[in-house]
Design a protein. Structure first.
Length: 300
């Protein structure tokens, strides 16, 4: 425990050409995840949405289907555009090498960082061939010790989501990952999450406990709580994006449409300007107001 908990100044983490931590602009991730519905053209359009909104990175999800899911689970009946079983759905949502090569090329063209949440070791190896700036570990994988070790072995910065996890489980994950080049994300892993479930003050608790940059991965339907997370110290935010929340797909309802993600970026940048440095002072533009409104002789 002693090498996990800490106090004092927070560490900084460099991802690509960006520093994440106190004093730096919030790193804003547009999570495409599986909202591309297995369609590479839709994936490109979502990347373009993130570019237009001013996001810093886009994120996908990568699974080796036969490793992550049991044969029994894959064989369960489940109707989808891809077939009649859960396996048809899971395989239909997975991009292969050709699709990720196109994603990598397009992101380079539009100067957008991209990376992925990898749900198994083979998926980590697969994404690593594209030299991502970092790896994301999803909340569901926080207790997967083998995946944590394998991800860390790649020598890249790691972003770790902490949804549905206790402090003891987070402590254990950090004992495996270490604290070097690590960003934590507070999250509530309900899609969509209700506002009373978000517990944004946990961002402060995690910052104080671990001395690491802490961000927020939001799955709520609205905007204010995500913007508020930045005022509470979130140095990185992640929100799912979609072209239309009514589209088919399990994550669409908890996602932001183009107008929503654009507002998030704009509002976050306004909040950053508004926070200041915490030193109470009289600004220059207040001086004429003082002369106009203060009563003569009332100076102390």
């Amino acid at each position: 425990m002693s090498d996990v908990t800490t106090s004092g100044a927070l560490a900084e983490v460099r991802i690509g050409n960006r520093l994440i931590g106190d004093g730096h602009p919030c790193f804003i991730i547009a999570e495409i995840g599986i909202n591309h519905n297995g369609d590479i053209d839709l994936a490109r359009r979502l990347i373009s949405v993130a570019v237009a909104a001013g996001c810093d990175a886009v994120k996908f999800q990568k699974r080796t289907v036969d490793v992550v899911y049991s044969a029994e689970e894959l064989g369960k009946p489940r109707e989808s555009p891809f077939g009649a079983t859960n396996g048809d759905l899971k395989r239909g949502l997975e991009f292969g090498h050709d699709e990720y090569r196109l994603i990598d090329r397009y992101c380079r063209e539009v100067k957008m960082m991209w990376f992925a949440s990898c749900w198994d070791e083979k998926a980590v190896d697969f994404i690593d061939q594209f030299d991502p700036p970092c790896f994301k570990i999803a909340s569901a994988s926080l207790t997967d010790d083998s995946l944590l070790r394998h991800t860390r072995s790649k020598g890249k910065p790691v972003i770790l989501s902490t949804g549905m996890s206790t402090l003891e489980q987070i402590d254990h994950a950090l004992e495996i990952l270490g604290k070097k080049d690590l960003v934590l994300l507070h999250a509530c892993s309900v899609y969509p999450a209700y506002y009373p479930e978000l517990n944004l003050r946990a961002i402060t608790s995690l910052r104080e406990r671990y001395g690491l940059p802490v961000g927020y991965s939001g799955h709520e339907t609205g905007l204010p709580s995500t913007v508020a997370s930045v005022a509470l110290g979130a140095c990185c935010i992640e929100r799912h994006i979609t072209l239309d929340r009514a589209m088919w797909g399990s994550d669409q309802a908890a996602s932001l449409e183009p107008n929503g993600i654009g507002k998030i970026v704009s509002y976050v940048r306004i909040v950053e300007q508004s926070l200041g440095d915490g030193v109470k002072r009289v600004v220059e533009r207040e001086q004429p107001i003082i002369k106009k409104l203060r009563r003569i002789g009332a100076n102390i």
